[in-house]
Unconditional design. Structure first.
Length: 475
């Protein structure tokens, strides 16, 4: 039997009545032990292990995941880091105990950003890593982001389902591994700083009390970049606003500050800093699709005929720009682990997802808000960010619209049936395009919602098609 669960059956009592009572008690204990892991397993999601603490993600699950990951990787050395949440130190303790109980050596890199954790795995060629962070979620959540060899993030299709099964098993103890502390900040900063070309800028950075300042502040200081810092202190209670870029209201402080400070750009880092949302000098949000188009245009100057992976929700200006600059545009389904896997295993120079994850081959395929910041600053040699972005605004589009529906599959079926005359792409939900407009309708991976985005050549056509699709969904 293993180290974390008691044996459900003891020695029989000497009398029959006592034996029967003991048997019933033991059976109840047996089924309780077998049932609880199944409840714990609801924390396993499509891209990570995430949930409310301690109801869905807790120390018991952490220990089991640690054991399971050691077996899954057949690992010798695993990197573990954590964010600023109140539950993170305790989860770290039990996760690493589980790993070490299976003979694994834990490389403890302390409180870091998720990109620093992925960098450590890729740079030092460790077997894998786990980052303890629920990213943009509120403080009562936590999560394990599971990183495999070469910094590839595991998804339900590439290992998380197997890890889920292993986490329900019991493992015997082995000769324990050891914990080794390692500081990765200097190597990480040396790496990302080597790509920085434009230091004559003024920026405003909103860290939202996440961990982004841990890497970004020393980078700005090293490069001599003037920075106005907002909410840099790591605080898992998020006292100012959530570190969540999905809700644009959270960006309002930053937008105002950029204009007040007459800065060249604003930066909004999410809780674990694997994403950055950029604001131009006028305080306007630069969405990920237009930013990727700008970055692809620049990267392809030096790397022609290379692949660029982009989200199916992106404006069609993105593949147009990639093609015009001698690149190979590849449309992708939603889910940032898939982009990293493609970039690392199948080549290419750049990838981007609509939620703000941007990855570069030069950065080990890691989605890294600071690295994307550096590449964006490099664009601003002689022009403002708004003037560059305006060249990409060829079409009219909606944000992603979230809609609650009774039956998501039926909703997708009805909409697809209505628009059979368009060109259909079946890589993630319903994606249908016409000459002068297109739409994407897909199920949420985490909520009982469908998500809709529409783009058209004119505002009038956009509103017409939006009303038409919403009527079908609301019927």
């Amino acid at each position: 039997m293993g180290t974390d669960e008691p044996r459900p059956f003891g020695r029989p009592l000497p009398n029959v009545r006592g034996s029967f009572i003991k048997l019933m008690v033991d059976l109840l204990g047996f089924f309780k032990l077998r049932g609880k892991p199944k409840r714990d397993m609801k924390a396993f999601k499509s891209y990570d292990i995430r949930g409310l603490y301690p109801e869905e993600i807790n120390e018991k699950l952490a220990f089991k995941v640690g054991q399971a990951f050691a077996h899954f990787l057949k690992a010798k050395d695993i990197v573990v880091g954590f964010d600023m949440r109140e539950s993170s130190p305790s989860l770290f303790e039990h996760l690493t105990k589980g790993m070490m109980s299976q003979g694994v050596n834990v490389i403890n890199i302390g409180m870091v950003t998720t990109p620093m954790l992925s960098f450590a795995v890729a740079k030092y060629n460790y077997d894998g890593g786990i980052m303890i962070s629920a990213s943009h979620n509120p403080g009562e959540y936590n999560a394990f982001k599971v990183i495999g060899k070469r910094g590839v993030q595991l998804s339900s299709e590439t290992g998380l389902n197997t890890l889920k099964e292993l986490s329900q098993q019991t493992f015997d103890s082995k000769n324990p591994g050891v914990m080794v502390k390692k500081n990765v900040i200097n190597d990480y900063l040396n790496h990302v700083s080597s790509f920085s070309k434009n230091h004559n800028l003024k920026v405003v950075a909103d860290y939202g009390n996440g961990v982004g300042a841990i890497s970004a502040e020393p980078f700005f200081k090293r490069m001599g970049i003037e920075v106005v810092s907002m909410y840099p202190e790591p605080d898992g209670s998020f006292p100012n606003h959530p570190a969540n870029p999905h809700d644009v209201e959270n960006l309002q402080d930053l937008q105002k500050k950029v204009v007040e400070e007459k800065a060249d750009l604003g930066l909004f880092f999410d809780g674990d800093a694997d994403r950055v949302v950029v604001v131009d000098e006028k305080g306007e949000i630069v969405y990920a699709d237009l930013l990727l188009a700008l970055l692809a245009q620049e990267e392809l100057k030096q790397h022609q005929n290379e692949k660029v992976y982009f989200d199916l929700r992106f404006s069609k200006v993105v593949p147009e720009i990639i093609t015009a600059n001698h690149g190979i545009p590849i449309m992708m389904r939603v889910g940032n682990p898939f982009y990293k896997e493609k970039l690392i295993h199948e080549g290419g120079i750049l990838a981007g997802e609509f939620s703000g994850h941007i990855m570069f081959k030069e950065n080990y395929g890691i989605d890294d808000g600071l690295f994307a910041t550096i590449k964006t600053m490099n664009l601003l040699q002689n022009e403002t960010l708004s003037s560059l972005v305006n060249t990409m605004k060829r079409y009219k589009n909606t944000p992603e619209i979230n809609l609650k529906v009774k039956d998501a599959d039926e909703s997708l079926r009805k909409v697809a049936a209505k628009f059979q005359g368009g060109e259909s792409i079946s890589i993630d939900g319903v994606h249908i395009s016409y000459k002068d407009w297109w739409f994407s309708l897909r199920k949420s991976n985490t909520e009982p919602l469908v998500r809709l985005r529409i783009e058209a050549d004119s505002t009038e056509l956009l509103e017409e098609k939006k009303a038409e699709i919403l009527e079908i969904l609301e019927a």
